[in-house]
Design a protein around this ligand. Structure first.
Ligand code: PLP
Length: 353
C-alpha cells in the first residue's frame, strides 16, 4: 500500500521489521516488550533511551523535561491550561485550524483566554502575521499549532516571545530542526512522526512546572510525570518501545536536518503537480504557508474528486480523502512515507489529469 493516511500514519518499514523480529523474545528475556514489567531493568532501558534519543535528536536542553503521557494531544488541550493558567492570567491562542479551535475550547473551560490572531475567515488557508503588542502583561502563554493537519498549513518560523510559547506539534515534530529554547512547552501525539498511537510526548521547561498544584488530579499534573520519570503508573510500554525504534531510525537517516531536506523534496513533487496542472488541482493552503507534511488540494467538482479518489485507490494509494471541513484530497507525507511513494503519487496526479 502507498499509505498517505493523516494519522495513525505510515511507520518506517525497518522499524516494523525490527519489532517483528523481537516480538516474542526481547533482549533474550524470552518475553515480548509488552509482557515486561514496567519496573524491570529491560523496560527501563527502553524508556530511558527513548528519552535520551529524543533529547539528542531535538537538542533538548537540560532545563527541559521529556514526559510520556497518555490521552493523546487532545488531553494536552486541557492539561496545558490546568497546569499553566492561573486565575489572574490569560491564555492566548492563535487559531489556524480545527485543532487550535479545540485547544482553545478546552482552555475556556479552565480559565481566561483570548484569541491573538485567527485565519478562520479565510477557511484557514494561511498562518497569520502576529501583532505581538496585543500580547499583554496578563499573558500566561501563547498557544499555537505548528502544523495544521486538516488544512495543510505550517508555521515556517516561530516568534521570539517574552511569555512561554506552547506548541501542538502533533503533525510535524521531528520533521525539521527546532530551536527548543523558543518554547515553554511542546506536545505531540505520537501517531504521525513518532510512532504508533498511545503515547504523547511533552517537552516542557522545568521552571514552568515547578509550583506545586496539589488541587489537580494526580494524573493531570505534569509534576506527577516529571517527578516519577513518567513511571508513576503503567506507561504505554509497547508504544514507547516503538517510539525508541523510530528515533533510532531518524538518527540513521541522518537526523533532523537530513529529514527536513527529504521532506522539502517530497512536498515539492506534489506541489509541483498541483501548480503545473493549469488549475485542475487547486492547493488549499496559500503558498507561503504550505505544509511539508499534509498537502491539501481540491479538484474542479465533487464528482471529479470522487473519481480521482476511486482511481487512486485502485492503484494502491490509501488515505487521500480530505477532511470533511476542507473537502477534496489530502496527501499526508510524514517522515516515514518513502520518496518513491510520493513520486508515484505525483506521476499519478499528472496522468489522471
Ligand atoms: N493536534 C493535531 C495537530 C492533530 O493533527 C491531531 C490529530 O490528528 C490532534 C491534535 C489530536 O490528537 P489525538 O488524537 O492524539 O488526541
Amino acid at each position: 500500500a502507498f499509505n498517505f493516511n493523516a494519522g495513525p500514519a505510515a511507520l518506517p518499514e525497518v522499524v516494523l521489521l525490527e519489532a517483528q523480529k523481537h516480538l516474542l523474545n526481547f533482549n533474550g528475556t524470552g518475553m515480548s516488550v509488552m509482557e515486561l514489567s514496567h519496573r524491570s531493568k529491560d523496560y527501563e532501558e527502553v524508556h530511558n533511551s527513548a528519552q535520551s534519543q529524543l533529547r539528542k535528536l531535538l537538542q533538548i536542553p537540560d532545563n527541559y523535561e521529556i514526559l510520556f503521557v497518555q490521552g493523546g494531544a487532545s488531553l494536552q488541550f486541557s492539561m496545558v491550561p490546568m497546569n499553566l493558567l492561573s486565575e489572574d492570567k490569560t491564555g492566548y491562542y492563535v487559531l489556524t485550524g480545527a485543532w487550535s479551535e479545540k485547544a482553545l475550547k478546552e482552555a475556556q473551560k479552565v480559565g481566561n483566554t483570548k484569541i491573538l490572531a485567527s485565519t478562520k475567515e479565510e477557511n484557514y488557508r494561511s498562518i497569520p502575521q502576529l501583532d505581538l503588542d496585543l500580547l499583554q502583561e496578563d499573558a500566561a502563554y501563547l498557544h499555537i499549532t505548528s502544523n495544521n493537519t486538516i488544512y495543510g498549513t505550517q508555521w515556517q518560523s516561530f516568534p521570539d516571545l517574552k511569555v512561554p510559547l506552547i506548541a501542538d506539534m502533533s503533525s510535524d515534530i521531528l520533521s525539521r530542526p527546532l530551536d527548543i529554547s523558543k518554547f515553554g512547552l511542546i506536545y505531540a501525539g505520537a501517531q504521525k512522526n513518532l510512532g504508533p498511537s498511545g503515547v504523547t510526548v511533552v517537552i516542557v521547561k522545568k521552571d514552568l512546572i515547578s509550583e506545586p498544584l496539589d488541587h489537580l488530579p494526580t494524573m493531570l499534573n505534569y509534576q506527577t510525570f516529571s517527578k516519577n520519570n513518567s513511571l508513576y503508573n503503567t506507561p504505554p510500554t509497547f508504544a514507547i518501545y516503538l517510539l525508541k525504534l523510530v528515533l533510532d531510525w531518524v538518527e540513521n537517516e541522518g537526523g533532523l536536518a537530513a529529514l527536513e531536506r527529504k521532506n522539502i523534496e517530497k512536498a515539492k513533487y506534489l506541489y509541483d503537480a498541483i501548480d503545473e496542472s493549469d488549475g485542475f488541482f487547486k492547493g488549499h493552503a496559500s503558498k507561503e504557508s504550505r505544509s511539508n507534511m499534509n498537502v491539501t488540494f481540491t479538484l474542479p467538482t465533487e464528482d471529479d474528486t470522487k473519481n480521482f479518489l476511486d482511481a487512486a485507490k485502485k492503484q494502491g494509494f490509501i488515505g487521500l480523502n480530505g477532511h470533511r471541513s476542507v473537502g477534496g484530497c489530502r496527501a499526508s507525507i510524514y517522515n516515514a512515507v518513502p520518496l518513491e511513494h510520493v513520486q508515484r503519487l505525483a506521476e499519478f496526479m499528472k496522468t489522471y489529469r
